[in-house]
Each structure stands twice: as structure tokens, then as C-alpha cells.
Design a protein around this ligand. Structure first.
Ligand code: ZN
Length: 266
């Protein structure tokens, strides 16, 4: 269970009241404090609400200059060793023959560290949580979410690859909110990746968590490591697919879903 309470006024009284109301209804497992927000997930109690509340107060004091609601970004940043990235980036700049102390590059190592914390944030998340909240439905036709935009990083070159993912499944009594499929794609993408593994990972998660009778994941993308270096073929696109259950075994089911994905796509 995940509850996100955002934009809580910084005075502690309303925050405590909110936390108490929430505590009455949920088991509180883990609490993290993010500027003006508090996130409560439920599995085990790792901290008391009181210490959580104090931490919110002290963070609010420290961060009072900035009050942008960048909650999840901060949370990811806390798990990444920014200092180490900064040192490494500085080393790379020196190694390629740059002067890391010239004006334009002074802030670059810190910027890159913040960027990496964001684009690799999926390393610190379990996308399966989005598939845990299912609804029982007597719907036994294909559910398909097309054109889910994603951005990932090729793990061989640390260059981006971006494109669209299409995720479809044939339910077995359980369906999930459509936006959850997009969240899974997003979090799996935000890791050092290869497109083939990304495709398989998403298909396995949907199959296992929903117990679906069939799953298809099709990803179309273009890779910067093919366009700006090496073979330098801009515009080439790479398509990968993973089929599970009936879409793997039954040719007409497979043809039907690929038709839904591809024909409308052109
Ligand atoms: Zn690459």
C-alpha cells in the first residue's frame, strides 16, 4: 500500500494531524520526508512517526529557500553517492583533455551527479509495487496500452536510447490501473539497460504479478550509440518484443495483438 501526501503545510500541527489520521487506517512501514511532503508506504515500521515528524521539521528549515515540489527526485538523490560521481566526472574531463576548472565546466560534475540520480532512479525502486493493486474483473479481452514514451540509458555506452513501449495482456480475472503499466515501463527504463532485457523484464513482471493468460511487450526505440558514434546511422530504429502465454503459443492471438499494436502505429 502506498500513500502519497504532498504539499503539507510546513507547520507541524497539521502534519501531525494528517499523520495520525493516516496511522489510524494503515500500517506504516517506512516514512521518508521530502521537503514539503511525507511519503508513507506500508510494510514494516522502520521509524516512529515522531522521529519522522521531527525530521520533516528540520529539513523544512534547511530547505526553506527552495520549495519546489521535487519530492521523488530528492528521495532518489539520497541513495546516490553524488560526491563520487562528481570526482569521476572531473577525472573524465581531465582525461579527455579539458580543463575542469574553466568557468563553463565548474558546475558540470555536480550537475551530472544530480542528473544520474534522476535517470538511474529506477535502480532504487521495485516496479512490481505498481502491479500489486489489482481489481477483480470479468473482462477476458485484450488490454493494451500503446505508445508509452520512455527514456533509458544504454549500459554499454552510457548514452540514451528513447522510444515507445506497448504493453498488452490478456487478464485472468485481475486487471490493473492502466497508468500503472506506464509506471512500470518508466522505472524499468531508469536503469543502465539494454533494450532486450528491458522488454523481457516488463513482460515477466506483468505475467507474474497479474497472473495474466498472455502478455506482450513491444518496444521501438532509437539509440544514440548508433547515431552519434560507431556506425553513425541516424534514424535506424530497433524493435524488440517479448510474448508470454497465449501470445507465445497461439498464432492467431499473437497476430491479433501485433495487429492492434503495429497497424495503428503506422
Ligand atoms: Zn550502446
Amino acid at each position: 500500500m502506498l500513500l502519497w501526501v504532498s504539499d503539507i503545510p510546513l507547520e507541524l500541527a497539521p502534519l501531525k494531524a494528517t499523520a495520525r489520521n493516516v496511522a489510524g487506517k494503515l500500517t506504516i512501514l517506512d516514512s521518508r520526508y521530502l521537503e514539503n511532503s511525507i511519503m508513507i508506504t506500508g510494510k514494516r515500521i522502520t521509524r516512529s512517526l515522531a522521529s519522522a515528524t521531527n525530521e520533516v521539521a528540520s529539513r523544512a528549515g534547511k530547505n526553506s529557500k527552495r520549495n519546489k515540489p521535487v519530492a521523488s527526485k530528492n528521495q532518489d538523490s539520497m541513495k546516490v553517492d553524488h560526491e563520487r560521481i562528481q570526482k569521476a566526472v572531473r577525472e573524465i574531463l581531465i582525461a579527455v583533455g579539458e580543463d575542469p576548472d574553466r568557468e563553463g565546466l565548474l558546475e558540470t560534475p555536480a550537475r551530472v551527479a544530480r542528473m544520474y540520480a534522476e535517470i538511474f532512479s529506477g535502480l532504487h525502486k521495485d516496479p512490481r509495487v505498481h502491479l500489486k493493486r489489482v481489481f477483480t474483473e470479468n473482462y477476458d479481452e485484450i488490454v493494451l496500452v500503446r505508445d508509452i514514451e520512455f527514456h533509458s540509458m544504454c549500459e554499454h555506452h552510457l548514452l540514451p536510447f528513447s522510444g515507445k513501449a506497448h504493453v498488452g495482456y490478456l487478464p485472468n480475472g485481475k486487471v490493473v490501473g492502466l497508468s500503472k503499466l506506464a509506471r512500470v515501463v518508466d522505472e524499468v527504463a531508469r536503469r543502465p539497460q539494454v533494450q532486450e532485457r528491458m522488454t523481457e523484464t516488463i513482460a515477466n513482471m506483468v505475467e507474474q504479478e497479474l497472473g495474466a493468460r498472455g502478455v506482450v511487450v513491444l518496444i521501438e526505440s532509437s539509440h544514440s550509440c548508433m547515431s552519434m558514434r560507431g556506425i553513425r546511422k541516424a534514424g535506424a530504429s530497433c524493435t524488440t518484443s517479448a510474448m508470454r502465454g497465449v501470445f507465445r503459443e497461439n498464432l492467431s492471438s499473437r497476430a491479433e495483438i501485433l495487429g492492434l499494436i503495429l497497424n495503428q502505429n503506422r
